[in-house]
Design a protein around this ligand. Structure first.
Ligand code: NAP
Length: 262
């Protein structure tokens, strides 16, 4: 089995990464950062997001394992003091995995740059950099509303415990194949009106934002900022791709939610 260790910069994570690498080599595992079978992240959910983007072209063949150096996370099933047990579990060589939905984002630019297809594990969020954001929101091909406010965010089920939750979104079990649209401080008065509630969009539906032109936008996808602010249109749908986690150990989703928030 080929394993890549992906750690954040924190001293404790670096220490655990070094120890884990030594133990894996001792057990004849191959350390391979380029084409691994398993990527072990050491840090937090943010580290797993970064690893996901680093290996997003290999999602069909890579399984992820998250080791948390702080409290347990949403993408991290193991704690830093569990690594002996983790190495033992890897020796069992079971291919069992659990997979979670991802979000496809098509970005169309207004400055003539080529459109881009991006993938998110948590969410994509857009805000106008200088002014109130104005966007026509379509569900499939129907105009649903003209949105005005700080911005909009579309999240995956696993992203529903991250930014989406802070925006008042529902927490979705990752077995629900759907995406969630959340408003960020919408303007609602007698003149301007948008729904004002989170919306859960079915797997065969898609969302389009037609952005007001000649404005600059801040589009973030998970922990990354899209550099070109000249955005004309965004399209979102549930991706055909999924992220796979090696399920040697699996914490029940609602237990994880209770432990994290209550
Ligand atoms: P970050 O500092 O890396 O992450 C912010 C916090 O979100 C961290 O505590 C992180 O946990 C946690 N987190 C990440 N994914 C999560 C998930 N799926 N469920 C529950 N908690 C999760 O911030 P960043 O680099 O700017 O962005 C990374 C992510 O953080 C974004 O995708 C966004 O969802 C979230 N975020 C949330 C808010 C908010 O709630 N107001 C604001 C900004 C960003 P760890 O400590 O384990 O890494």
């Amino acid at each position: 089995m080929k394993i890549s260790i992906f750690s954040n910069e924190k001293k404790q994570s670096q220490k655990v990464a070094k120890e884990l690498k030594y133990k894996l080599k001792e057990q004849q595992f191959i350390i391979d950062e380029k084409t691994p079978d398993v990527v072990i992240t050491i840090g937090g959910d943010g580290t797993l997001l970064s690893a996901f983007h680093a290996y997003q072209d290999q999602l069909a063949t890579v399984r992820f394992i998250g080791v948390h150096t702080g409290h347990l996370g949403f993408y991290t099933d193991w704690r830093d003091y569990d690594i002996d047990e983790l190495v033992r579990s890897l020796k069992e060589e079971t291919q069992k995995s659990v997979s979670y939905p991802l979000l496809d984002i098509e970005v169309v630019y207004s400055d003539g740059s080529d459109s881009e297809l991006r993938l998110a594990l948590n969410e994509a969020s857009i805000k106008n950099i200088h002014h109130t954001m104005v966007a026509n929101v379509y569900i499939k091909t129907e105009l649903f509303e003209c949105y005005r406010g700080d911005g909009l965010s579309v999240s995956t089920p696993t992203g529903s415990t991250a930014y989406s939750k802070s925006l008042g979104g529902a927490v979705l079990h990752p077995r629900v194949n759907a995406i969630q649209l959340n408003e960020i401080a919408s303007i609602n008065n007698r003149v301007y009106r948008s729904l004002g509630s989170p919306m859960i969009i079915a797997a065969d539906e898609w969302i389009t934002f037609d952005m007001k032109e000649q404005e600059e936008y801040r589009l973030t996808i998970d922990n990354y900022l899209v550099e070109n602010p000249n955005i004309k249109q965004l399209r979102f749908c549930l991706s055909d791709k999924r992220i796979q986690f090696a399920s040697y150990r699996h914490t029940h989703f609602w237990k994880r939610v209770r432990d994290a928030f209550i």
